[in-house]
Write a protein that binds this ligand. Structure first.
Ligand SMILES: *Cc1c(COP(=O)(O)O)cnc(C)c1O
Length: 472
């Protein structure tokens, strides 16, 4: 009979001496690694017991690899700062926007101590949480009143629940969009308790279609900016101004969900179809809904601006309380909005606007400088600088196309997918797309201060690919 493999299982201490495991202890934490070592050893013990005859004991280096994978998977559950080299400046998977320094500092201040979230320091009395931000939003959008909730999905849900529950909301079939993986307008209307009254067609809805649907049960008309969705061949439908006018004549509230919601004109970045909040307010929408963390470039939040009576009604609804904004996000939003008082300052200091405002020439120069440095890394065979196309939020919407410079990186001795995988799990993770066996470093979404860490990320992989724990 062969010796019982259970007896030969290495000890926790033995495994902690292995260089891969040791590296993890330095990088992550002793306790985390020890826990993973124990878990893996328990699993191995069970596997051996379950089929004692067939299973052989894995080698120490196989065990070390398994432990490393386990530790990195666990660690991956926390948020890690990354370099976004996808070119997608509004990247849902990477937190959408980067906050301006002022906004990040405002979070640190609000987080580090008590803050006057709902206390008026002059009178010593309670005040509305939105007090801090409402004045700024009125000033910047021209609206009568404003309310900020957790996000735009929440803003839409609360608005419809407060204004239209049990009654009908008229929406064009062309506006029943889905955003990202989980937001569907039709489902949000249903969840609010309002009844969706679909009109027109996916590619064409006329003003007559809206007018015909209005009846006793109608609570509101809803216009939705299609955002990440375009339909080639859609034409001749009602313009938003006509629908706004119809709502006014029929004395119904017009809710305009403009989605990304710009506070400066994005046509200066070549983005000609991004709706401006003040324009929608001026056009007569009774309520304008938009996200704080899309084109505003602030923290996750849902902003509602419009008629005072409507805003007051929404604010009283229990959903507004349930979806109220986090004080840290509120602090960051106030700091972000303050920058818009001087648009030049906003363009300079809000990272989203600075990234969009970077000239192609600037990106090309940086790419030309960085490419040879990246090429010097041992895992890189060749680089090539290309002019490319980036899309604002990733989806290939023609009106959201941006010019960009890309460094195409051809790997040496490993597949491009694997190089991209190693870049994602390095000390400073780099997220980049792979196309035709090359890793594409798109500089449109890379901040200049990340240029050096970007090069270092390639160098770190080449250092000792088989020894570094991230090479797993
Ligand atoms: C993004 C978007 C939403 C959802 O906003 P969140 O802030 O992500 O909740 C809703 N409607 C439109 C039109 C959008 O573009």
């Amino acid at each position: 009979m062969s010796p019982n493999p259970l007896r030969s299982i290495p000890s926790v201490n033995e495994l902690l001496e292995n260089p891969v495991v040791k590296g993890l202890v330095d990088r992550i934490s002793h306790n985390t690694v020890v826990n993973s070592v124990r878990t893996v050893l328990d699993e191995v013990r069970l596997e051996l017991q379950a089929s004692a005859t067939e299973h052989t004991l894995p080698s120490v280096s196989e065990l070390a690899d398994r432990i490393a994978r386990r530790v990195l998977e666990t660690d991956e559950r926390s948020l890690r700062p990354v370099i976004n080299a996808t070119g997608i400046v509004l990247h849902a998977g990477l937190g959408r926007t980067i906050l301006a320094e002022d906004a990040a500092a405002a979070i640190a201040v609000a987080a580090g101590g008590y803050a006057s979230v709902e206390l008026d320091l002059v009178s010593g009395k309670h005040r509305r949480r939105n007090h801090a931000v409402e004045g700024l939003l009125k000033e910047l959008t021209g609206a009568e009143a404003a309310l900020v909730l957790n996000n735009n999905a929440g803003g839409t849900l609360a608005a419809l629940a407060a204004l239209a529950a049990g009654r009908e909301v008229v929406v064009s079939r062309g506006h029943l969009i889905q955003i990202g993986c989980s937001y569907r307008l039709a489902e949000t209307v249903a969840a609010s308790g309002a009844v969706l009254r679909e009109v027109g067609s996916v590619n064409r809805t006329t003003i007559g279609d809206y007018a015909d649907a209005i009846g006793e049960r109608t609570a509101a008309l809803l216009l939705v900016h299609p955002s990440n969705c375009t339909l080639a061949g859609s034409s001749g439908g009602a313009a938003p101004a006509e629908v706004i006018d119809l709502a006014r004549r029929r004395k119904l509230p017009l809710i305009h969900d403009i989605g990304a919601g710009a506070l400066v004109d994005f046509s200066q970045f070549g983005l000609v179809e991004e709706p401006l909040v003040p324009r929608s307010v001026a056009a007569g929408a009774d309520l304008v809904l938009f996200s704080g963390d899309k084109l505003v470039g602030g923290p996750q939040s849902g902003i509602l601006v419009g008629r005072r009576d409507l805003v007051a009604k929404i604010e009283k609804h229990p959903l507004a309380r349930a979806l109220r904004i986090n004080p840290l996000a509120l602090a960051a939003l106030v700091a972000t909005l303050r920058l818009y008082r001087e648009p030049e300052k906003a363009l300079r200091e809000i990272p989203l606007l600075a990234l969009l405002g970077t000239s192609l020439e600037n990106l090309q120069n940086r790419a030309a400088r960085l490419a040879p440095q990246i090429e010097a890394a041992a895992v890189v065979k060749k680089t090539e600088v290309l002019d490319g196309t980036a899309y604002l939020a990733g989806d290939a919407v023609p009106s959201r196309r941006l010019t960009t410079a890309t460094i195409a990186v051809e790997p040496e001795g490993l597949a491009a997918d694997r190089l991209a995988g190693l870049l994602r799990v390095g000390k400073t993770p780099v997220v980049a797309a792979v196309r035709e066996d090359r890793v594409m470093i798109d500089l449109r979404s890379v901040l200049p201060r990340q240029d050096i860490p970007l090069v270092e990320a390639f160098e770190a992989i080449s250092a000792k690919p088989e020894e570094s724990p991230q090479a797993i």
